[in-house]
Design a protein around this ligand. Structure first.
Ligand code: SF4
Ligand code: SF4
Length: 104
């Protein structure tokens, strides 16, 4: 992973505390995500625990949003986590929700 000064995600984590992170249940099994970090949404979908509801905060996120964060399951994070890129629309929406400035 890049040093913190070149990777804005390491002192952010806003997207991990803004959206429901849901995916096909089979993806959780395929990735080997710990069951205590996921929850079932319906017969087909699961989500990262803590990301449902009005104030999402993924159970795998360690640290303080906007300061220093890490993901407990970074190498096994599900597809929605891999789709958000620093500086894209979802990123900026999440950062704004947490009072963080735009990047790039
Ligand atoms: S909101 Fe953007 S900068 Fe923050 S962790 Fe997510 S992708 Fe990285
Ligand atoms: S699994 Fe990791 S990358 Fe995905 S939302 Fe949770 S803390 Fe963020």
């Amino acid at each position: 992973m890049s040093p913190a000064d070149s990777n804005p995600c390491l002192d952010c984590g806003a997207c991990c505390a803004t959206f429901r992170v849901s995916f096909y249940w089979s993806e959780a099994e395929a990735l080997g995500l710990p069951t205590e970090l996921t929850e079932q949404v319906n017969a087909w979908f699961a989500c990262m625990r803590g990301t449902q509801g009005t104030q999402p905060h993924c159970a795998a996120l360690v640290g303080t949003v906007g300061r220093a964060v890490s993901c407990q399951v970074y190498d096994r994070r599900p597809s929605p986590c891999r789709e958000v890129e620093a500086g894209d629309e979802q990123c900026l929406k999440a950062r704004a929700r947490h009072g963080l400035p735009d990047i790039f």
